[in-house]
Design a protein around this ligand. Sequence first.
Ligand SMILES: [Zn+2]
Length: 269
Amino acid sequence: MLSFSFLGRCVIMKTLRYSGNLFGISCVKGDDAMKPNKLALLAVGSVVVLGGLLPIWQAVRTQSTGYAKPTLIIDAGHGGFDGGAESASGLIEKDLNLLIAQNLQDFCTLCGVETIMVRESDTDVGDPSLSSSARKQDDIYSRLDLFEETEDAWVLSIHQNEYPDASVFGAQMFYGVQNPQSEHFAAVLQERFWALDPENDRQIKPGPESVYLLQHTTKPMVLAECGFLSNPEEAEKLASFDYQQKVAFTLLCGVCDAWKMEENQDFEE
Ligand SMILES: [Zn+2]
């Protein structure tokens, strides 16, 4: 059961920040939201929370169909000595990955989605006694072990992209090549990100050979590149708390879409 403090944090600190339209169809349009007074927000936000989370919660409940709800492993990419990409303004990928992961975990908890966080602070998960290169390798192996050891796990790995051409932008989903569910998972997540940014026309891709986890996990897995830190406009958006929450909520919606399709057996193999 959710504690009052948790509900208070989620409902007031998080949901109201979206303004009233978060949980509707237009949940991802918020940058230009009007700023009504706090009382109005409280009233609207509370109604929207209850009304908007209900279909999501229903999407992940299992009582009616017997569909076994998976566990979502939230993998905040990089961490500790491994910072990942960095924006010109100094935004470091590992920090952003963790912030989005934490928001996603909060939303999942509110919706009754069981989660496992690969990391919950600024640390890697490799053996600290090893040299940096061996530790990086051990970090990847440790993540893979967690994926494989967790029964009925789905994996969502959160990353930020970079590219020499600073004009390149847009979230893009890469999927694991071992499990056929991964491609469907990526497709529904990518659709959600298109809704978040209608100018984004990036397409899903299988995990490249250089990405060990996407090549080797047997679990349904998507690596979500949530945006390009090399694009100044996108980096600025990603630095904002509001946009981090929108990205986290977009990820939750994609997860629920995927599980709902699994439950209804809508995926064609
Ligand atoms: Zn990364």
